[in-house]
Design a protein around this ligand. Structure first.
Ligand code: ZN
Length: 483
């Protein structure tokens, strides 16, 4: 809109209306780093905005936005609100993590900009697709409240999906593996991004400070991820499958157990080997570390809000460093925990060694006998080795059912000793056996054409692997889609 004050008197607007050029540069957007049931929307300034709108790293797809007064700020009831808030959250999450990482975060696909679909149709879901180079959010009606729930309205849900995209950009090999730990870490990293973004925002921090008084053992909206979506999922299933009004809760007491002994999905108080369920162990440990930092900050005299904000910043920086040195290919939670210890001592003066050891030992992720011996727990870095290499097996026998005879590959660290390949191959077979038993591998016939929707099961969960026929040979490929 033209500013009427600046319009010379006697020079009426043309009957067709003025052509408004879209705002560029630093532009204000609707934004909610939490969830609309937790706090009212706020606004944020997004840098590097171009027409579209897009930023250097993300573009709005499937819809357009009409700027209002040089901004993309709307009432939450406005149809444009969801698109503005979703794009702003994607842009801010990338911006914040790039700062902590210290450089541009590459995408795992060719485009410079990730395509953001704020409302890709009817579903209670959200997912990242490497093939499409996109983040996809949906809407559906909560059958109990009759409210239409948009997954893109929740900053936590959006930051979770951006977390997948960023992690895939830095370590694309993780989505070439089949283990519970790389899969669980991918999910946990998304939830952690949601929490770290909530701790970047003053309004959100004030709310969490009021809810907890700085004691993070109290239930609060930081620990609860995706409140509105979680409630809608429970209402549509007809029972409390998530444990409360959230998709996941970072407050838990899970400790490491052999995933092969666990049920598939588990439940609110039961860890499962499905990646979202298994992610709660890593997320619980992250949250304990955060709590330990907040406790220390409070003991040092900070207010609850100051303590939360500082701990959020410290954890953000630690995860930025973690991305630099994170293991390659198949890894275990134990290796990732050791990498956290290593980045804390390498980049952050070793300030949190004791806290990290305590938390990851209590969670039974770290074995105390491995603390001092980095060589045991670390994949050795040989500068001449390729970053990752593929390792394959042919599945054969009754364990693999209709998939017997299929070839499958995983990714391992390039400098991983060749002598350990047999161990990796055995783990790969065990992972395939588990995934096949859990129905996570999609069988296809030769020449069968698949659409995007085929990659999701009846509950909307993307399959982990899909059968491709290569020169008549059944091959199981990893599906690079994560929800
Ligand atoms: Zn996810």
């Amino acid at each position: 809109m033209l500013n009427p004050v600046s319009r010379p008197a006697g020079n009426p607007l043309p009957a067709t209306g003025p052509v408004v050029s879209p705002p560029t540069g630093e532009v204000e957007f609707s934004y909610n780093p939490q969830d609309q049931v937790v706090m009212a929307p706020t606004t944020t300034k997004v840098k590097g905005v171009q027409a579209g709108p897009s930023t250097e790293r993300a573009s709005l797809a499937g819809t357009r936005l009409e700027p209002k007064d040089g901004k993309y700020v709307y009432d939450p009831a406005d149809k444009d609100y969801v698109a503005a808030a979703t794009l702003a959250t994607v842009a801010k999450t990338v911006e914040v993590m790039e700062k902590a990482y210290g450089s541009k975060i590459p995408w795992a696909f060719r485009s410079e900009k990730i395509r953001v679909y704020p409302d890709a149709g009817k579903d209670f879901n959200a997912y990242y697709s490497r093939n499409a180079g996109s983040l996809n959010f949906f809407h559906d009606t909560d059958p109990k409240t009759n409210q239409v729930v948009f997954s893109g309205k929740s900053g936590e849900v959006v930051s979770h999906e951006v977390g997948h995209a960023m992690l895939d950009g830095i370590r694309p090999d993780y989505l070439g593996t089949w283990g519970t730990d790389p899969g669980g870490f991918h999910e946990s990293f998304g939830d952690i991004m949601g929490m770290l973004m909530a701790l970047q925002d003053d309004t959100s921090v004030e709310i969490i400070a009021t809810q907890t008084g700085g004691d993070l053992s109290k239930q609060n909206s930081l620990a609860h991820t995706g409140e509105e979506l979680g409630a809608a999922i429970n209402n549509s299933v007809g029972k409390n499958v998530t444990g409360g009004n959230y998709v996941r809760n970072a407050i838990n007491n899970f400790t490491w157990q052999d995933p092969s002994t666990l049920p598939d999905r588990g439940g609110p108080d039961q860890l499962g080997s499905e990646v979202h369920s298994w992610s709660r162990l890593w997320t619980g440990a992250f949250y304990d570390v955060l709590k330990g930092m907040v406790d220390q900050n409070m003991a040092d005299g900070m207010s609850p809000a100051q303590a939360l904000k500082a701990a959020g910043q410290e954890n953000l920086q630690m995860y930025g460093y973690l991305l630099k040195d994170a293991p390659r290919g198949e890894f275990t939670y134990q290796q990732m925990a050791n990498t956290l210890l290593k980045v804390d001592s390498k980049y952050m003066g070793g300030k949190n060694q004791e806290l990290l050891r305590q938390v990851y030992t209590d969670r039974k992720i770290l074995n105390p006998s491995l603390y001092a011996s980095e060589t045991e727990a670390f994949v050795p870095s040989d500068p001449n080795a390729p970053a990752v290499r593929s390792l394959g097996v042919t599945l054969s026998g009754d364990d693999f059912g209709m998939f017997s005879g299929a070839k499958v590959e995983t990714q391992v660290d390039g400098s991983f000793p060749l002598g350990k390949d047999a161990d990796s191959q055995n783990r790969l077979k065990a992972n395939m056996k588990r995934l096949i038993a859990q129905g996570r591998i999609l069988y296809t016939e030769p020449h069968q054409k698949l659409t995007t929707k085929d990659y999701f099961d009846s509950e909307g969960l993307p399959y982990t692997g899909v059968v491709r026929w290569v020169d008549g040979q059944m091959t199981i490929e990893r599906v690079p889609i994560v929800s």
